[in-house]
Design a protein around this ligand. Structure first.
Ligand code: UD2
Length: 320
């Protein structure tokens, strides 16, 4: 059916969304991209903007009737990939109501509409932020939601959305992918809250000192964007060799921890720079360590990360 039915990708002009669109087109799907350019960028669409199977709608996911409109014009929906969101955690703290509308209510609205339209699959962009600051490592899917207070409106909205997606009832089969620290080409380095890898890569290429917030011994689970896109495709049943995926919530990470200091040194060595690091005060609200348990996604989707940190860093640096 992938030849006729349409895959909808919200957040299509974003970092991950644009890579997902490209992969889906490569698999032979028809793709309808949706983005309102709140944080998405036109230039992310340029590699496939004119592809004959790609269409695009400049629209916010908070507007009702979006999927109905798409189905009326383009026919039945194969899958909705819901990636559009307010992606900045600090912005979510300053704008909790807007975050709730965009990152939670839109999910409920799209799920209901997808169900009414007979769409069989719904894949949602969850986040490691759903765990808050949980010291039980590696983080297992069942740990989220234990805490009564959330670190951010972003984390809470993502958690509630993931739960709603996975509990789809008679609606589309819902899979939420709890992604850890995604990196790769097209990740915007321009804000202080941009992903640390995009920031370090840009600083290294410009010959600037890398800025470490805190002592650099905090750690993260970095996963390369093409591996994340592979997880999305498996979750949607688009990888022929992969097993049928039941509704649920699955971590997407490398399963390994890297400290920020190790990361800085890798990037400096790949760009043949000396030890050029500057230490600043720890970022308020920063979590200390984070790493995913990836047993569930390995067992259920036969997914595993294929791109090593070093390989992914090379690709990211090449793109800068
Ligand atoms: C990630 C997500 C965020 C949220 C959160 C949940 C990204 C970009 N952000 O935030 O959306 O899901 O996880 O836990 O994926 N750092 C430096 N120097 C810099 C920039 C960052 O030392 O120039 C440090 C930063 O203080 C932190 C680490 O690097 O300790 C990672 O920072 P990040 O912003 O890439 O990602 P994180 O895990 O805070």
């Amino acid at each position: 059916t992938s030849a006729e039915a349409v895959c909808v990708v919200t957040g299509a002009a974003g970092f991950v969304g644009s890579h997902l669109c490209e992969r889906l087109l490569g698999l032979g799907c028809r793709v309808m991209g949706v983005d309102n350019f709140f944080s998405g960028r036109w230039e992310n669409l340029t590699p496939f903007r004119d592809h004959p199977r790609f269409s695009f709608l400049e629209r916010s996911v908070t507007e009702p009737g979006l999927l109905r409109e798409i189905a009326a014009e383009h026919g039945p929906l194969a899958c909705v990939f819901h990636l559009a969101a307010i992606v900045s955690v600090p912005y979510s703290v300053d704008h909790p109501e807007e975050t709730w509308a965009v990152n939670y209510q839109s999910t409920i609205g799209l799920l209901q509409e997808a169900g009414r339209l007979g769409c069989a699959r719904f894949v949602f962009a969850g986040s490691a932020a759903e765990y808050g600051d949980d010291a039980r490592l590696p983080l297992r899917e069942s740990y989220a939601g234990d805490q009564t207070s959330w670190l951010s409106p972003y984390g809470e909205a993502k958690y509630r959305s993931s739960r709603a997606v996975a509990a789809c009832g008679d609606g589309p089969r819902g899979v939420a992918l709890r992604c850890f620290n995604i990196f790769g080409p097209r990740q915007d380095p321009s804000s202080p809250y941009s992903g640390v890898i995009s920031r370090f890569a840009e600083m290294a290429v410009r010959g600037e000192a890398l800025t470490i917030f805190g002592d650099g011994h905090q750690s993260r689970d970095f996963v390369y964007v093409s591996d994340v896109v592979d997880a999305y495709c498996r979750a949607a049943g688009l990888v022929a060799s992969a097993p049928e995926v039941p509704a649920g919530i699955y971590n997407v990470g490398s399963g390994t921890r890297t400290t920020i200091l190790e990361l800085a040194r890798m990037i400096l060595s790949l760009t043949e720079r000396g030890e050029s690091i500057r230490f600043y005060a720890e970022r308020p609200g920063d979590i200390r360590h984070s790493v995913a348990c990836i047993d569930a996604i390995q067992a259920v989707m036969a997914w595993r990360p294929r791109v090593s940190l070093e390989e992914g860093l090379r690709e990211t640096l090449r793109w800068m």
